[in-house]
Design a protein around this ligand. Structure first.
Ligand SMILES: *[C@@H]1O[C@H](CO)[C@@H](O)[C@H](O)[C@H]1NC(C)=O
Length: 424
């Protein structure tokens, strides 16, 4: 406790110029000064939860076009084959070298998506488990290289959104409508909190559920609100009721405007809660039709709502990509709005030279990626910080932090700006 309070007083000097009423009420994790220091990080997407667009080869190699997510990956092919492919992927997609590269890129956080099926698989569920030892290994690598880890439950029983990245691509997600599913998820969050109870120096944040489908209406939102209350207890009180942990609870906004959550789990009644919002500008016809300049302006315009919210806001997913051109981004076998190959969309232009390998990118496109990247990081640092989606992708360099570093649209030092006044 001595070192904790010493740290607090040195931190409070550092944050004296920031909104003192909010920060003073929030306990600061001893391992990272949330709210004062900026979160700068990457998601390790497509590793412990498969996504067809991040690793299209794993899906194409099955020779079965009905395999569109991790559920069907386990269901519709020989299980020993599937297991061998998954194990090879877990062993190779992310290694300690990635943590070295991430640290060398000046980043301080990784967010690691994991599915419920890493913890328990129910009867009749075709998921293959075995991911947990890799998460544990990653925490050791993060510790070795000074990186904080956000453990992010990305797929819940029944699916919380029906996206392939929840594990199960379905039209009617069933997490919220089935109390058994919610109870199973509560138990998994308890399990996660107790698993990492001695790793709070690294696992500084637990995100109890990625992207629940709040756009489906009140039925979903009321279940989500109760689940966030239960998660608060499960994550903040893993020792029992007498002692709070230092682990931040990172809630997702469930696709609602931040104003919807105004006053939810705020200090002084609740402490150690932050809000995660995801900012993409390509999943509607309107957004994908924007000019480069409009994309940049739209990003800059978010600064005031992000910075004035009553909890720390971390933009936990965003990208310098401005189109939905990446192969399988909208799902395996689904086209892109941008080139009009998505059902019901209106063509904006050709996808050629906008995704795939950076060797096909023009210098003016790379300049735009740099400007858009800077506009977003400048804006998101008005809030608590940012975590780009995603560290690497097989064949979508517009989304890849690694490719951005290699090809120059992401600076080796993320605080270095070529366009410091891009947001005016
Ligand atoms: C609810 O989900 C569980 C699995 O978590 C399943 O066994 C059960 O059949 C579901 N109940 C309904 C009514 O769909």
């Amino acid at each position: 406790m001595v070192s904790f309070s010493a740290l607090l007083s040195s931190v409070s000097l550092f944050v004296a110029c920031l909104a003192p009423s909010v920060l003073a009420d929030n306990p600061i994790n001893p391992s990272f000064a949330y709210g004062a220091a900026k979160v700068r990080g990457v998601n390790l997407g497509g590793w412990l939860v498969l996504e067809p667009w991040i690793t299209p080869s794993l899906f194409d190699n099955t020779g079965n076009s009905a395999i569109v997510d991790e559920w069907t990956f386990g269901q519709l092919q020989d299980r020993n084959t599937a297991l061998a492919v998954l194990q090879n992927h877990w062993n190779t997609w992310i290694t300690e070298q990635d943590f070295i590269d991430i640290a060398n890129a000046g980043l301080n956080h990784v967010r690691i998506p994991i599915g419920y099926w890493a913890f328990e698989v129910g009867p009749g569920e075709p998921y293959i488990s075995g991911q947990l030892p890799y998460l544990q290994k990653a925490i050791g690598w993060a510790r070795n290289h000074g990186i904080k880890v956000i453990v992010d439950l990305h797929g819940a029983p029944g699916s919380q959104n029906g996206f392939d990245n929840s594990g199960h691509r379905i039209s009617f997600p069933q997490w919220h409508s089935n109390s058994t599913n919610v109870a199973r998820t509560d138990a998994i969050i308890k399990q996660i909190a107790s698993l990492f109870i001695n790793d709070q120096d690294v696992v500084s944040v637990i995100a109890p559920l990625n992207e629940p489908a709040g756009y489906d209406g009140q039925d979903v939102l009321s279940v989500v609100r109760q689940y966030w209350y239960d998660s608060y207890g499960n994550i903040r009180f893993p020792y029992g009721t007498s002692q709070q942990s230092n682990t931040l609870v990172l809630l997702h906004d469930a696709f609602q405007p931040l104003s919807y959550w105004q006053g939810f789990q705020t200090p002084p009644n609740r402490q150690g809660v932050a809000m995660d919002t995801h900012i993409y500008q390509m999943f509607s016809q309107d957004e994908v039709s924007r000019t480069n300049q409009q994309h940049i302006q739209a990003a800059c315009a978010m600064g005031s709502s992000l910075s004035s919210f009553d909890l720390w806001v971390i933009v936990g997913e965003w990208t310098p990509a401005a189109t939905d051109c990446a192969k399988y981004l909208n799902g395996r076998g689904v086209g892109a709005r941008y080139d009009g190959s998505y059902s019901g969309s209106t063509r904006v232009g050709s996808c050629t030279g906008l995704t795939g390998s950076a060797s096909s990118f023009s210098s003016s496109y790379k300049t735009f990626l740099r400007q858009y990247w800077e506009a977003q990081t400048i804006t998101y640092e008005k809030a608590a910080g940012w975590i780009q989606w995603t560290w690497k992708a097989e064949n979508a360099d517009d989304w890849s932090y690694q490719a951005g570093l290699k090809n120059g649209w992401i600076p080796q030092d993320p605080t270095q700006r070529q366009y410091p006044t891009i947001c005016g």
